[in-house]
Design a protein around this ligand. Structure first.
Ligand SMILES: O=C(O)CCC(=O)C(=O)O
Length: 338
């Protein structure tokens, strides 16, 4: 497993807890980014919801975040601005990482709960950690809905994570919040650097002040980004592994079916399941999924993807046979035992 941090003390803490808190932006940069957010807000195209992509959903998004903005030019502009201001700071801490997604996350007064979740998988988590830099632009605490985490929960749950894949923690969200969640009070400009697989949450803003934060997601420079997709209208137990680039995320939203020309590199059978709170607690003390040795071949069925796509497109490729027994084989073998 490669290092995430340049500094060994931070690396050790991050591997143990799944997050670290460090100083990040200075006061002037905080004010500049806050002003930028409000100055450019009128360029936002409003937020996309499940109904825009013809999904029926009870889900209500109660907070604003850039990733689901209808205007992809606005998303690109936000990404470039945040990357530019964050670059010199994250390069000080992180060992050769590149940004892939940037979000302003705004909770208006009296709302904005972000349900318990793990961020999607963005790369091979057996080889590396992908991270989110979460940096509030106002002092953040329990009252205004700061970030909360379950320390040590990274790489223990939800090995296959994507927008259409039901989390095994779905039915026990409230129990986890009540029993295990720790709020991370964070001063404006300081940040939390979290492993994207850590279980986290944030409560509603119960003040009448602003709760504005930035999230920048990064992966190691040498890694390709992957995206797990399940087409619920076709097969609720088939996961496609897509290899995606930065542009994919600029045009994407959680409910949109990836376009036909996205490169499909693999697929496997995966049955979503539910975990009990007792199982959750027991797993917190067991080895992480990247620490478990799985050399035996898995018994999950390999499936050939039928590309519903234009074969003439240069990016289009049929799935490659899994030639190295590395990540995908380990994953199947691991999942088959779950
Ligand atoms: O800003 C928040 O309250 C939540 C942030 C979050 O969930 C994330 O950064 O993944």
């Amino acid at each position: 497993m490669r290092n995430t941090f340049k500094d060994q003390a931070l690396e050790t803490l991050f591997q143990k807890d799944g997050y670290v808190q460090v100083p990040f932006l200075n006061a002037e940069e905080v004010e500049m980014l806050k002003a930028y957010y409000f100055d450019t807000l009128e360029e936002s195209g409003g937020t996309i919801g499940p109904e825009d992509e013809k999904y029926k959903s009870q889900q209500k998004i109660t907070y604003d975040f850039t990733f689901i903005d209808k205007n992809s030019d606005y998303k690109v502009q936000v990404f470039n601005t945040i990357t530019k201001s964050f670059e010199k700071h994250f390069e000080k801490y992180l060992d050769n990482y590149k940004p892939i997604i940037a979000n302003f996350i705004r909770k208006k007064e009296d709302g904005g709960e972000v349900p318990l979740h793990q961020n999607w998988a963005f790369a091979d988590e057996h080889k590396c950690a992908t991270v989110s830099i979460w940096c509030p632009l106002v002092d953040s605490n329990r009252e205004n809905g700061t970030l909360e985490v379950v320390p040590g929960s990274h790489k223990r749950y939800g090995e296959v994570r994507g927008p259409m894949i039901k989390s095994e923690l779905f039915g026990i969200q409230q129990d986890i919040i009540d029993k295990f969640m720790i709020p991370l009070e964070t001063k404006a400009g300081d940040c939390v650097i979290l492993d994207d697989s850590i279980v986290h949450y944030s409560s509603p803003n119960q003040t009448d002040g602003l709760r504005l934060a930035i999230q920048l997601i990064l992966i190691p420079k040498e890694e390709n980004s992957i995206h797990y997709h399940m087409d619920l209208s076709k097969d609720r137990s088939l996961v496609e592994v897509l290899e995606v680039d930065h542009d994919f995320y600029m045009k994407f939203n959680p409910w949109k079916k990836p376009a036909g020309d996205v490169k499909r590199i693999d697929s496997f059978k995966y049955e979503p399941f539910d975990m009990t709170i007792e199982e959750f607690e027991a797993k917190l003390n067991q080895p992480r999924f990247d620490e478990v040795k799985t050399d035996k071949p898995g018994d999950l069925e390999e499936v050939e993807v039928q590309p519903s796509i234009d074969q003439s497109h240069p990016q289009t490729q049929s799935p490659q046979p899994t030639s190295d027994r590395s990540f995908w084989s380990r994953l199947r073998s691991k999942l088959s035992k779950a």
